[in-house]
Design a protein around this ligand. Structure first.
Ligand SMILES: *Cc1c(COP(=O)(O)O)cnc(C)c1O
Length: 219
């Protein structure tokens, strides 16, 4: 099942997004076993994304040969477990976290890649408001932190026109940042329920869990 779902998804995204940019598929691996993750990797998954630092440390770090992403809310006291271990942190959602990330990366003498998380109106989620996205991006360029794009989550409810319009607005932010900074290359937008809409509106990185692995066990 996992193998078939990965193959079908990779085939479906092979032509790229609406701008013919390549799409990076990140498997969202929360709650999945190491065996399930490794099956996905054998099927062609190159990138995996965790929500919880504990799962990242205990499981994902052991999966060989993959690019590692962190896609969940990150507490400042857990930054030490990710910086330098994780290829891309998607969830830079507040200045306090930026300060902690920069301090840790400086202590290690490395540069950590991050995405700026944009909040599209879900009060329960983190992130900078859309209108502050460009200044948050500029501010995140530190000696040891390199922002390379944006991440967002669409609201769970909404009609296609409204959600498509939200994607277009995040994409416009991404394009403005890209015009200013050539490092910009990822717009991480799209989960199992909405990724087709997102790539039709300019996303070039999608994070899929249930559509690859099946329903998650109730926690
Ligand atoms: C769980 C999760 C996903 C994947 O969600 P699905 O609906 O299972 O595809 C994507 N992004 C984030 C931040 C997540 O927490």
């Amino acid at each position: 099942m996992i193998t078939e779902a990965v193959h079908a998804t990779l085939q479906e995204i092979a032509g790229g997004n609406c701008f013919h940019e390549p799409i990076t598929l990140v498997a969202a691996v929360k709650t999945r076993t190491r065996e399930e993750i490794e099956e996905a990797v054998r099927a062609g998954i190159t990138d995996i994304g965790d929500n919880r630092v504990q799962e990242f440390r205990e499981k994902s770090i052991q999966v060989p040969g993959v690019t590692r992403h962190f896609i969940g809310r990150l507490q400042t006291n857990k930054v030490k477990y990710l910086v330098g271990q994780c290829d891309l942190i998607h969830s830079l959602d507040r200045d306090e976290l930026l300060t902690a990330l920069e301090a840790r990366a400086a202590a290690l003498g490395i540069v950590q890649d991050v995405l700026i998380e944009i909040n599209l109106g879900e009060a329960s989620k983190g992130g900078y408001p859309l209108r502050d996205g460009l200044s948050a991006f500029r501010n995140a360029r530190k000696n040891h932190i390199r922002p390379i794009g944006f991440m967002a989550m669409l609201p769970a409810e909404g009609d296609t026109a409204m959600l498509g319009d939200l994607c277009d607005r995040v994409r416009a932010l991404y394009d403005r940042a890209r015009a200013e900074f050539p490092d910009v290359k990822y717009l991480s937008l799209g989960m199992s329920g909405d990724w087709r809409l997102c790539v039709a509106h300019g996303s070039n990185m999608i994070r899929l869990g249930t559509s690859l692995f099946g329903p998650r066990p109730v926690q």
